[in-house]
Every structure is written in C-alpha cells, then in structure tokens.
Design a protein. Structure first.
Length: 534
C-alpha cells in the first residue's frame, strides 16, 4: 500500500522516518520541531509511539512513515490540522485539505456538513465539507495499515473531561493555581527563547493575564497591539493596560474603506482560501493588523505571537449557568444547550428542522458518546468536552492561521496541558461564571480597579451581551423591517471593526436582521467560494 504524504507548511522538521511541526515539553525538556521529530522517531513500535504522544505538553502535529505504515497525530486542540483520505489502493495525508481533495476520484460536497458550517462556522467530528476528505480530530491519532483497501483507524488519546476532583478549600485551590501559572509561564519563556513576544491585547482577563505574567517574570521585550475603528472602547482599554505594564503598544486603524481595499487584494483571497481548509470559517479580524505590523511596524519574522486563547473557556466561563438549577439534566436538555450555544450563526432553514435536529444530535453524540440523563457535573463535562473538540479546536484555534500566513510562530500558554488538567478537576460550582478564576485574578493581578481598565472592560462586555440578548428577542415582522431599514447602513459602514464591506453591500442588506455577527457572513462567503450554495 503506497502512502502519500504532502506537508506544505515550511515549519515541518524531519528526523529519520518522522516529521514534526510545533513545540512541546517532554518532562522538563523544551522541544522545538526538530527535537520533537527526533524524540518521536526513537519509538520503534506503535505502543511506544503512542506512549510518547501522551506525554507531550504543547501544540504540535506528528507524522511517521515506516515500513509502509503511516502514523499521524495532532495535539489536544488540533492547533495544526491534518487531513487524510483513502481509496482502494492508497492512503493520503496532508496539512492541506485541498491537496487531499485533489487526490480523490469521489470528491463531492457534503450538504449536511455545509448546513452545519453555515450554522456553526465549522464542520464537526472527522468530516469536512467534502465527503472524500477527513480531518484528524483534536486529541486523536490515526494509523494507516497496508491492505486493499488500506485500513485507516483512529484513536482518541485525550478528552477534556471533568474527573478526579480537588475537594479542597478555595484558599488551597488558589495556591495550587498560582503554582500552575508559574510553571505554565516558565515553560512559555523557555519556548520563546528570548525572542520578542507580541500580544494581541484586549481589555479582557486572558490577554491581561499573559501580559502581567510576562512582566512579573522579568520579560521586557513585549509588543502589544490592538486594532479597529480609532477610539473604540477595547483599544482604549488595551492602551491603558500596555502603558501600565510598561510595554510598547501599537494600534492599527480599521475603516470600511480600508477593508474594501484589503479584501480586494490577491493576498487576502489566498489567505481566505487557505484558512478555510474545507473545515473552518476563515478568521479575518486580525489579518490586516498582522499585515501592518509586519510591513509598517518592524515586527520581524523571529517574533512570536501569544494570544489569550481561550482562558475563559478553560476556566469554566462557557458552562451554561442554568445547569446548576437542576438536580438532573436530560439528554435533550444537554444537546439543546449545545445547539443553542453553537448552532446559531443563522436561523435554521425552514421545512426540515426536525430532521436536522436528529442529524445534528447524532453528530454531537459521535463526538462525546451516547448522552443519558445525568447530574450537572456530568452535563458540564459533556458540554465542555464537545466545545473543546469542536469550537475551540476549529473556530478559536483557526485564528492562528493569520500568524502563520505572515510567517510567524505562535504559542498558546492558556492551553498548556497542566493548566487544562487543573481546571478539569474543579467542580462545576466553582467554575460556572469563572468564580474561582476571578478570585485568583483578584489576589495575584495587581492592576488597579479603575474605570480605565478592569471594571470598565467588564461593564462594557456585559453591556454588549445585554444588547445581543435584546436583539435575539422575537420581533414583529413590521418592527423587524423597520429595524433593518434604519440599522443596516450604519452597521455595514461602522462598528468597532468596520469589516462588513468584505461582504457585498446587496448581500449584507438582504440577509441582515440585527442578530448576526461578522463570522456568519464570512461563513456564507467561504461556502460560496467552494461551490456550496448556502
């Protein structure tokens, strides 16, 4: 059985029969891609290979071709995607889904996947938008075994599940978390090796935590940036935080006119296609900022971007608060909470909603296993396991494609394995609403509570959430028509990011109801680009 491997990103390193990309810690050792490939290549059996895989802490992808057998794996978050397919004679694997698609004689658009993508911004499970192409899921490895046809088997080696709880006092848990954070950022500093760190700094706790931790560790070569319409509230908070931390700060201005120009470039078109990769809505909001940092602000290729993805998820900020109001949650209630939170970019198409409900419910259970009636603790674990596998892996982490497009490396300290493992051991009562996390932040982050930063940022975020909630309330048809007539022009040209001109004016006007976010429109744009009429 021939196995065909095509790895296109320049970051892949090779040692013997193994190629690796990314970074990791193995025990106390910090490994770059070349060192990671060398370590994994020492494994002479599948069991030994998997044993090393389970010990790695980092963001990586691995591929070993040996004796006609193919082994491949991605990390806990699928931060570096891999795609594969098999026909009667060969197996194919690549970091480029289009390359795999081009090898298939049975390539065809998957209509259910397109419908799911329209609602979520990504394709769940191992599917992609093409029936013949599959993706390696977060926390999984695959093995292609010779045969006619070849056997391709997958195995999950990690899932973000609540277990082995730490039933200790808050004081003890906060002290534990302090130690975890110290080790997490010690590993980050080891991995960055003295290179400049670039932080997309918002007013939220996650990027702020990164900035404070680096400052407290004595790291001074840090650049913070923000973007959007000049004077937007999040950029004002970002500037105040950077000034307080003593870091250089850059703002990249956005406007409707600039977005029209950027979206008309070949470079944007190339990025938009690459970033979609038959699975995810392309992340574009940082794209002009990173472009300008490189071309106008001297951010050289050896700089490392360190975004705050996604601390609020890991610490429990996405668990539905109403879970705590029940002694038992039904299968239907758990699935409905996932659908309500994540299948909501657009209204569901009329006519076959019952069928879609059943099909999407099946897809959810393909990710987390059969769901039964259960206690809130188990329900929260299922909810977060699904989100980790799907939204975090395929939507949030897809923003990393921006940095890669311009030749930069990145690091994700808040997805460090020790950090994730700590929070998986905290009971729901201390995680819902990020209660324990906020207690930790209040004790160990010394930023003053002023209108300029902490409180103001939270108040503004809560206010925006309230506005979004109001928009979701049903409107009479006449009221909705009036709302659209008054609102769409201002929304199209303005707003904190001013990015809607990426979408055609007529398309935006026709579809806009006041409830959509930018990603909803960009999902349709990507589907249209691959020939799927949404």
């Amino acid at each position: 059985m021939p196995t065909h491997v095509n790895l296109r990103h320049p970051g892949w390193a090779k040692s013997g029969d193994t190629r690796a990309r990314g970074y990791a810690h193995h025990g106390s050792r910090a490994l770059n891609a070349g060192e990671l490939a060398a370590l994994v290549d020492t494994a002479r059996t599948v069991d030994a290979w998997e044993g090393i895989l389970k010990q790695l802490n980092g963001c990586f992808a691995l591929v070993t071709q040996r004796d006609q057998e193919l082994l491949a794996a991605v990390d806990r978050l699928r931060t570096i995607p891999l795609f594969y397919s098999a026909d009667a004679h060969s197996a194919y694997l690549s970091d480029d889904a289009y390359w795999v698609q081009g090898r298939s004689a049975s390539s065809a658009i998957d209509r259910l996947a397109c419908c799911e993508f329209r609602l979520t911004g990504y394709v769940t499970g191992s599917s992609t938008l093409d029936r013949s192409v599959f993706q390696l899921r977060a926390g999984h490895r695959m093995r292609a075994i010779p045969g006619s046809p070849p056997l391709v088997e997958g195995m999950r080696y990690y899932a973000f599940r609540h277990a082995d709880f730490l039933d200790e006092s808050d004081e003890s848990l906060i002290e534990r978390l302090r130690g975890v954070h110290e080790r997490v950022f010690r590993r980050l500093i080891e991995n960055t090796q003295g290179r400049r760190v670039v932080i997309p700094l918002s007013g939220g706790y996650d990027s702020r935590l990164i900035g404070v931790s680096l400052r407290d560790a004595g790291i001074r070569d840090v650049l913070c940036y923000s973007y959007g319409v000049p004077g937007n509230w999040e950029s004002r908070i970002s500037q105040e935080l950077a000034r307080y931390l003593g870091f250089r700060w850059i703002h990249v201005p956005y406007s409707a006119e600039r977005w029209r120009d950027w979206a008309a470039t070949q470079e944007f078109a190339t990025y938009f296609r690459e970033a979609g990769n038959l699975v995810s809505v392309p992340h574009i909001q940082d794209w002009p900022a990173v472009w300008k940092l490189r071309s106008e602000h001297g951010v050289t290729s050896d700089c490392i971007f360190v975004p705050g993805h996604t601390g609020d998820f890991v610490v429990g900020g996405h668990i539905p608060k109403d879970y705590l109001r029940h002694d038992t949650l039904s299968r239907r209630a758990i699935i409905d909470s996932i659908l309500a939170a994540h299948y909501s970019l657009w209204d569901w198409p009329p006519g076959n909603q019952d069928e879609l409900l059943n099909r999407f419910s099946e897809r959810i259970e393909q990710v987390v296993g059969r769901i039964g009636d259960c206690a809130p603790e188990t329900a929260a674990s299922l909810f977060e396991e699904w989100e980790c596998q799907e939204r975090q892996a395929k939507f949030i982490c897809n923003s990393l494609r921006v940095y890669e497009h311009f030749g930069y490396e990145w690091r994700l300290p808040l997805f460090d394995a020790e950090h994730m493992d700590f929070w998986s051991r905290i009971r729901i009562a201390r995680r819902v609403g990020r209660q324990l996390y906020f207690d930790f932040v209040a004790r160990y982050q010394d930023l003053p509570v002023t209108r300029a930063n902490t409180d103001y940022g939270l108040v503004m975020r809560n206010a925006i959430g309230a506005i979004d909630t109001l928009r979701l309330r049903p409107m009479a048809k006449g009221a909705r028509r009036l709302f659209k007539r008054v609102r769409w022009r201002r929304e199209y040209e303005q707003g904190p990011l001013a990015w809607y001109p990426v979408v055609g004016r007529d398309e935006f006007r026709r579809r806009y109801t006041g409830r959509e976010i930018g990603h909803a429109f960009f999902a349709l744009k990507y589907l249209a680009s691959i020939g799927c009429d949404a």
